[in-house]
Write a protein that binds this ligand. Sequence first.
Ligand SMILES: CC(C)(COP(=O)(O)OP(=O)(O)OC[C@H]1O[C@@H](n2cnc3c(N)ncnc32)[C@H](O)[C@@H]1OP(=O)(O)O)[C@@H](O)C(=O)NCCC(=O)NCCS
Length: 185
Amino acid sequence: MAPAPAMRIRRIEVRDAEAVARAMATPIALSGTLQLPYPSASTWERRIGDLSKDDYMLVAEIDGDVVGNAGLHPAGGSPRRRHAAAIGMSVRDDWQRRGVGSALLGAIIDLAENWIGYTRLELTVYVDNAAALSLYRKFGFAVEGTLRDYALRDGSFVDAYAMARFAQPRPRSGGVAATTRDGES
Ligand SMILES: CC(C)(COP(=O)(O)OP(=O)(O)OC[C@H]1O[C@@H](n2cnc3c(N)ncnc32)[C@H](O)[C@@H]1OP(=O)(O)O)[C@@H](O)C(=O)NCCC(=O)NCCS
């Protein structure tokens, strides 16, 4: 059996717009997200170019082909929500169920929790999206509630679950040993 091609996870670039638009037009990717039909490369060029310094989008590239993307965005403008970020992702239909989603989500969680310091990651997922629900549960997300008639999808309103994952408390690095009140370590 041929070895699996190497996957590279990297930050999105404006030059990825066409590949992302193509991936977003595949039926499962479209119906699982909030994207609209007929995505265009120029719309994605603008979107990627307009990302703020706090918005992260990663892509999965296999043999030079961008086959999936995941985004991490601050959950709100208030300083009181600076611990929270929202996640969205999709994998091009012909690359699903081959580990791309896991690689992207693992990378986004690592970035969010181990480098930026978010402690609450949140997302919405349609209640009938078994693939995404299973993936998110595997990565420690739990359902917090149901949002009724959350979005219009191909002529019908569909409910969504709000899900969240909480970061584990972070260990302190070594350094100076802690001392007790009377100076004993
Ligand atoms: C959800 C999605 C991102 C998963 O990506 P993926 O590359 O297929 O995921 P992986 O191959 O890494 O699979 C990881 C796990 O997801 C679950 N999963 C993936 N596809 C599945 C399917 N068709 N049915 C059930 N579970 C599935 C499984 O638990 C799987 O683990 P396993 O293979 O060990 O059983 C992908 O299906 C997708 O892009 N869907 C359309 C867009 C979308 O729904 N985005 C999420 C919006 S909230």
